[in-house]
Design a protein around this ligand. Structure first.
Ligand SMILES: Cc1cc2nc3c(=O)[nH]c(=O)nc-3n(C[C@H](O)[C@H](O)[C@H](O)COP(=O)(O)OP(=O)(O)OC[C@H]3O[C@@H](n4cnc5c(N)ncnc54)[C@H](O)[C@@H]3O)c2cc1C
Length: 408
């Protein structure tokens, strides 16, 4: 059985060109933005300019098939592009592979009708619009979508929706939402109660109450009140009662894409940790020469290595058409937590500087915290992982299939 972690020459070339674009085009633009602090219009002009350059360079929609203007990469190759792109804050935006649009594109590609694809997926791929995914509600546990209270009932050839959502990322800037609401009173399975709808924004009945203030500011996670919102029957995405299935389908690749971007952030933190330790002198030697610091470097190195292997293996399983639920779940949990630990150690090695906003570490740390909630909170992943491990033991008398089903 061949185990080959090298990229083909063609994909190696793609990786180099993404890295070069990030270093020579996006980083200088970010520095300019930080120095000049442009207003919203000027800022958008810069972003659209960068996007134009990226498209010209052929680095656009790495996660989408070529017929939709994408790079047609598999998930293994996508991992390298996302991990290069996310070395900078704007990278995923510039290449149009940022959350939640990227997950929504996968969803629309798989679930939308041809008409829905032309109306929503096409402009999303062309970078003309943005989107959000609206599922979580303040009143009930987001970890259990069977509790969703937002209701939709049919009125002639329309659906009427009432409810309340929050933490809807990107809603403030979105032109449409994928909205999950309860449509079935008495489903065969509790998971078959919800359906998904495509909602134009703005629409009468869709009201943005506020952008929720979070640890990292009020940067686009909105609370939405939905009152007698009317959508045509043709706005249903997937079939009746398929909202849960659609959410699960969406979250597989979307979760792994998060991990790919988190790897970039963890690598940046480790690079900074080592660089600082080689340039800071205390008690007769460089920090890099202290065993206590070396332990932090070693732990971070091992965790980042594990993170990369888990992501590559989960990506391989998706590309190979194998069941990937557990591998993506384990990767999501592990990478989210490793990210927090690695940034934390890097802050520690930087001393007071790490706590300041003079380096990106403080902001990275604040952003890393949400990784343990978004797209499934830690404990919910652990619950699923444990259930599958117990089932593997019961079915096969061994837990081997639950640990990646690897030939060791
Ligand atoms: C920055 C950010 C962006 C987000 N973006 C979006 C978005 O775009 N769209 C969207 O719909 N949602 C979004 N969310 C919401 C996110 O999906 C939810 O936070 C998540 O599903 C958890 O739901 P909850 O916050 O209601 O926590 P709860 O479900 O109330 O859970 C609270 C705690 O209990 C734990 N828990 C739950 N069940 C169990 C169990 N069985 N055993 C042990 N512990 C358990 C959880 O792990 C968690 O730690 C976002 C969240 C954040 C922080």
């Amino acid at each position: 059985m061949p185990i080959d972690f090298t990229l083909s020459p063609e994909h190696e070339k793609t990786r180099s060109s993404v890295r070069e674009f990030v270093d020579t085009v996006i980083r200088p633009a970010e520095d300019r933005i930080a120095a000049e602090k442009p207003g919203r219009d000027a800022y958008l002009k810069i972003i659209f300019g960068l996007r134009g350059q990226a498209r010209k360079a052929g680095i656009w929609l790495p996660h989408m098939p070529e017929e939709w203007g994408g790079m047609g990469l598999g998930h293994v190759e996508l991992a390298m592009v996302q991990a290069e792109a996310a070395k900078t804050r704007l990278g995923p935006w510039v290449f149009n592979c940022q959350a939640p649009d990227e997950g929504n594109m996968h969803t629309l590609l798989h679930w939308a009708t041809d008409e829905q694809k032309e109306k929503y997926l096409r402009p999303l791929c062309e970078g003309r619009v943005m989107s959000c995914f609206a599922m979580t509600e303040p009143e009930v546990a987001g970890s259990d979508p069977t509790l969703i209270q937002t209701r939709a009932y049919q009125d002639g050839d329309e659906w009427v929706v009432n409810g309340h959502k929050w933490f809807i990322s990107n809603a403030h800037r979105s032109n449409f939402a994928i909205l999950v609401a309860r449509t079935e009173d008495d489903p065969d399975l509790p998971q078959a109660a919800n359906s998904a709808f495509l909602v134009d924004i703005p629409s009468e009945g869709w009201e943005e109450v506020r952008e929720v203030e979070t640890m990292h500011g009020s940067t686009g996670h909105s609370e939405i009140r939905i009152t007698d919102l009317r959508v045509p029957a043709s706005a249903m995405l997937g079939g009746r009662g398929q909202g849960h299935l659609l959410g699960q389908y969406r979250l597989g690749p979307a979760r792994l894409a998060h991990c790919m971007r988190w790897i970039a952030q963890a690598e940046t933190a480790l690079d900074m940790m080592v660089d600082r330790s080689l340039n800071r002198f205390a008690h007769g030697s460089l920090l890099a020469e202290k065993q206590g610091i070396q332990w932090m470097i070693a732990d971070s190195t091992m965790e980042l290595y594990q993170a990369k292997l888990m992501v590559l293996h989960a990506a391989y399983r998706i590309d190979s058409g194998l069941d990937f639920k557990s591998e993506v779940s384990m990767a999501k949990h592990f990478v989210a937590n490793a990210l927090g630990r690695i940034i934390d150690r890097s802050i520690q090695v930087h001393g007071a500087l790490g706590y300041s906003t003079d380096t990106p570490l403080a902001s990275m740390y604040q952003h890393a915290r949400w990784a343990r909630f978004a797209d499934g909170a830690d404990e919910v992943h652990q619950m699923g992982i444990a259930q599958r491990t117990i089932a593997a033991w019961k079915d096969n008398g061994t837990t081997r299939t639950a640990t990646g089903d690897l030939p060791v």
